[in-house]
Design a protein around this ligand. Structure first.
Ligand code: FBP
Length: 262
């Protein structure tokens, strides 16, 4: 584990990743509700908000758009990812090397691991190689730790999310991005299991401002270090409004009412 508190990914011990790899992971369907959300520049603009500690994108977006934003945005380059067209057991392709990510300007790297998939062994072996390489470049490593696969009945229950958090610690991730397990107590358990690995909550599909912020608040109160969020920001007409509220809840410890100015 490397000290990451001084890295661009972390501000005051907290993390707010704006994820925008959905064009690969989910496809254009995620953009239909708000057509302008398909334009990567719109999300790169949103990532200039001071609350955002990094934008997470795949190599193609990083190459094409990051050069215009490298002075105003910090980059988390996602090294693997798969399209929604893949219908098999959960698996994900390595799309970029650590060395290439570094050359493109990445400040940190991300990797999805589907624990419990029939392909877990291959993914864990790929993770080993890139985690060790990331250490050489002193790049923090964020694991999208998403247990799923044939044998897994519920990928967000307390036991599964605690295991996801622990997997990230055991395999050497600096930050574990996990789904919200449904309650503050369950999140506390996951945070305990993650030890020195920082746990951040995954945003999930778009919901109301209040519902979303309540889950973020519960995750923070449980010892979570922040959030990696996509749709709940850039599927909104006004990403700035929700980022202002997130800044208050995550970095200033504000209540949901205060953040919503109610
Ligand atoms: P959201 O906040 O929109 O859920 O984004 C977080 C994220 O992990 C993305 O990085 C990724 O594309 C997506 O969720 C994966 O979602 P799914 O659970 O459908 O695989």
């Amino acid at each position: 584990m490397i000290p990451i508190d001084d890295s661009p990914l972390v501000r005051d011990g907290k993390v707010l990743i704006l994820a925008y790899d959905h064009g690969l992971e989910h496809g254009p369907a995620d953009f239909t509700g708000l057509p302008e959300s398909a334009n990567p520049e719109r999300t790169f603009e949103a990532a200039t908000h001071p609350a955002v500690t990094s934008i997470a994108v795949q190599k193609g977006l990083a190459e094409a758009y990051y050069p215009s934003y490298e002075d105003s945005v910090d980059l988390l380059l996602k090294l693997n990812g798969t399209s929604n067209l893949w219908m098999g057991e959960p698996d994900t392709a390595l799309n970029c090397s650590v060395e290439y990510a570094y050359d493109v300007g990445a400040d940190s790297v991300g990797f999805t691991l589907y624990g419990g998939s029939n392909y877990e062994i291959e993914m864990a072996e790929e993770f080993r190689a890139l985690q060790e390489q990331a250490r050489e470049y002193e790049l923090p490593v964020v694991m999208w730790s998403y247990p799923r696969g044939q044998g897994l009945k519920n990928d967000t229950d307390e036991t599964t999310i605690a295991y996801a958090a622990r997997l990230a610690l055991e395999l050497g991730a600096d930050v574990a991005k996990v789904k919200y397990p449904g309650s503050k107590e369950a999140m506390e358990h996951a945070v305990r299991m993650a030890g020195k690995t920082k746990v951040v909550m995954s945003g999930g599909s778009k919901t109301t401002d209040r519902e979303f912020l309540q889950s973020v608040k519960a995750a923070m109160d449980a010892g979570g270090r922040g959030l990696a969020v996509g749709r709940n920001v850039w599927q909104r007409e006004d990403p700035t409004y929700i980022l202002d509220a997130l800044e208050q809840v995550i970095f200033e410890g504000a209540s949901v009412d205060a953040a919503l100015d109610e």
